[in-house]
Design a protein around this ligand. Structure first.
Ligand code: SAM
Length: 202
């Protein structure tokens, strides 16, 4: 084995290894945990929706944090059941499904929306970004209707085409918008996380 290759395998993703060891469903859970440590996102939270939840790392983390609250999870991909999590399969862009989500919480609003949503990559950067921000727009629209005014939205976004426009939409809708790149997010990835508070205050 060449030195270079050896070094590479030595520094192989700690988070992948650690998540396997601890039995987590995904390495994404470290990102949510870092966001939570910094922004305390589950404080006084009773109702949460996890958008793009499969395979379920974030949902597993969130359900422990909210204890007696209600956690809904939605993804176009099937998710293995988690105790205390109501999973609905479908796209967040689907208006009928959005209505179902509201029915699940008796047509009230969510305290917290978390989204680690990302569509499958096609290899074409521009159309991937375009597709992502179309769905991201649906999530923002969903927040306008379904987030408590003092609620919080935590969402993965990708820097690149469409990012600046989405940033200004967020500024128009939320009183406070912060961006945070967790250490567990790969440096070469263009992802970062939005933490937005107080919708409809502007
Ligand atoms: C990075 S994974 C999420 C990992 C998850 N947070 C975890 O900890 O296990 C992104 C997910 O977004 C989902 N997704 C993509 N487009 C979606 C859409 N329109 N509606 C809902 N989920 C979507 C994908 O199916 C995928 O499961």
């Amino acid at each position: 084995m060449s030195n270079r290759h050896w070094r590479k395998s030595q520094s192989e993703d700690f988070f992948i290894k650690d998540s396997k060891k601890k039995g987590y469903r995904s390495r994404s859970v470290y990102k949510l945990s870092e966001i939570d440590q910094k922004f305390n996102i589950f404080k006084n939270v009773k109702t949460v929706i996890d958008i793009g939840s499969s395979p379920g790392g974030w949902s597993e983390y969130a359900v422990k944090k909210i204890r007696s609250g209600k956690l809904l999870a939605i993804d176009i991909t099937e998710m293995e059941p988690i105790n205390g999590v109501s999973f609905i399969q479908g796209s967040i862009e689907d208006k009928i499904l959005q209505e179902k989500l509201f029915e699940e919480i008796d047509n009230k609003k969510f305290d917290l929306i978390i989204s680690d949503m990302s569509p499958n990559k096609t290899g074409n950067k521009v159309s991937d970004q375009y597709k992502f921000y179309n769905i991201a727009d649906s999530i923002l629209e969903f927040s306008q209707n379904g987030l408590m005014s003092k609620g919080m939205m935590v969402m993965k976004v990708f820097i690149g085409h469409g990012f600046e426009e989405f940033k200004s939409d967020l500024r128009e809708n939320f009183e406070t918008v912060s961006y945070f790149k967790p250490k567990s997010s790969r440096k070469e990835s263009r992802e970062t996380y939005v933490i937005a508070k107080n919708i409809g205050y502007n």
